[in-house]
Design a protein around this ligand. Structure first.
Ligand SMILES: N[C@@H](CCC(=O)N[C@@H](CS)C(=O)NCC(=O)O)C(=O)O
Length: 200
């Protein structure tokens, strides 16, 4: 039995989207980040970082959203590039996103619209945006060469990067038309819509 720990209002959104793509049955422990459930000894035994998502797949416990999606896709033989070069490309984009965009996009959206006005810090938003813009430029250039990030079709690479860019759906992406079209293509998938509905 697969158990997914983490609310759709967290990075577990990525895991829930992947589970939907693969048609998996799972138990959902709908824990919010920093909730009391994530501070228990029982949860810390699963993830000493006290963070979500975490999965327990018949006793195989794994954290880190990108790694979880690679594992699930590979195990179930779907959305996983079998060619070693495309597999490496999928890893490249997932690691790149974690480094260049994961926190930056959250900081930008939180400090421009997400947080209550009194808690927003314009300097944090500006610093985040200064990193988001060149990263979006990189994606725009890559998507001019290929419709998908790792190979000829939608894969774990697209799911990992597009799911992490959930908050970019509320940003004006007019400067990056290919990025905008790709993001919409990804989020129009039925499993993406179902995951999104769990959050909104
Ligand atoms: N790199 C980790 C990040 C996990 C993470 O930071 N999760 C957030 C929720 S989106 C969390 O649980 N935060 C709790 C905290 O900051 O204490 C991943 O991608 O899974």
């Amino acid at each position: 039995m697969l158990t997914i720990y983490g609310s759709a209002r967290s990075r577990a959104l990525r895991t829930l989207w992947m589970a939907g793509e693969l048609g998996l049955q799972y138990e959902h422990k709908d824990y919010l980040p920093r909730s009391p459930e994530t501070k228990t000894d029982q949860f810390r035994a699963l993830n000493p970082n006290s963070r979500v998502p975490v999965i327990d797949d018949d006793g195989f416990v794994l954290s880190e959203s990108m790694a979880i999606n690679f594992y699930l896709a590979k195990k179930h033989g779907k959305l996983y590039p079998t060619d070693p070069k495309q597999e490496a490309r999928a890893l490249q984009w997932s690691l790149w996103e974690t480094d260049r965009l994961d926190r930056q996009i959250v900081n930008y959206v939180n400090h421009t619209s997400g947080l209550p006005e009194a808690e927003r810090k314009p300097d944090v938003a500006a610093a985040a945006w200064a990193e988001v813009v060149p990263a979006f430029d990189v994606l725009e250039t890559a998507l001019a060469k290929s419709e998908w990030l790792a190979g000829p079709e939608f894969s774990v690479a697209d799911l990992n990067v597009a799911s992490a860019l959930y908050r970019a759906l509320s940003i004006d992406l007019g400067k990056w038309p290919r990025l905008k079209a790709w993001l919409n293509r990804c989020w129009e998938r039925p499993a993406a819509k179902r995951a999104r509905a769990m959050r909104e």
